[in-house]
Design a binder for this molecule. Structure first.
Ligand code: ADP
Length: 179
């Protein structure tokens, strides 16, 4: 994976990286999950297949129930090189009238909050909601940035590094423009 930009905020360093999130060595990677953790396609299938995580995900849902949009659930990282997978449920894009921006913001912010509660130092995100869920990337990056800024402003003790992993090269300019 290749880091193309590093940005220093008050407490946190942001890295914009091109590549594959499953090979990132970081305390947690975030999965673009659905509410039942059925990792059937997109980045979720890649994370689940490589990490061998479907069984543990099914067990999670059985014990704790579905994850609502904007919320997160945590499993181990299975066979992946990180410690945890934080499964964030981003919104499906319906055109912008169904509070999609607020839900996307929450999905990112709640992932960061959970990582901080787990006392982790680093976390990597894919472009949540901007694949199968259809959220326009130029709009999505604004919510990613807002969530990261607000989290940084809370002066977290543990999280020091947030990585954005870009898989779809068409997204690069949008990330560079917003961050
Ligand atoms: P959603 O349903 O939230 O839209 P998707 O899995 O369809 O989630 O896509 C989220 C983003 O993850 C997409 O931009 C896609 O290009 C990206 N992606 C796919 N595979 C990987 C990977 N191995 N590492 C990082 N990002 C990935």
């Amino acid at each position: 994976n290749e880091t193309i930009k590093t940005i220093k905020l008050k407490n946190i360093i942001i890295k914009i990286i091109i590549g594959d999130i499953t090979i990132e060595k970081t305390d947690a990677i975030v999965n673009a999950a659905n509410s039942t953790l059925q990792h059937g396609g997109g980045v979720a299938k890649i994370i689940s297949d490589k990490g061998n995580l479907q069984k543990e995900s099914d067990q999670y849902i059985k014990e704790k129930g579905k994850i609502r949009t904007g919320e997160v659930g945590v499993t181990s990282a299975g066979d992946l090189p990180s410690k945890y997978v934080i499964h964030a449920v981003g919104p499906i894009w319906y055109g912008g009238s169904k509070d999609e921006a607020e839900y996307l913001y929450m999905a990112i912010f709640n992932s960061l909050k959970r990582a901080e509660e787990l006392q982790l130092n680093s976390i990597a995100f894919p472009a949540i909601s901007a694949g199968i869920f259809g959220y326009p990337i130029e709009k999505a990056v604004k919510q990613y940035k807002k969530a990261v800024d607000n989290f940084d402003n809370q002066n977290p003790e543990h999280i020091k590094e947030i990585k954005w992993i870009i898989y779809d090269k068409k997204f690069i300019d949008h990330f560079l423009k917003e961050f």
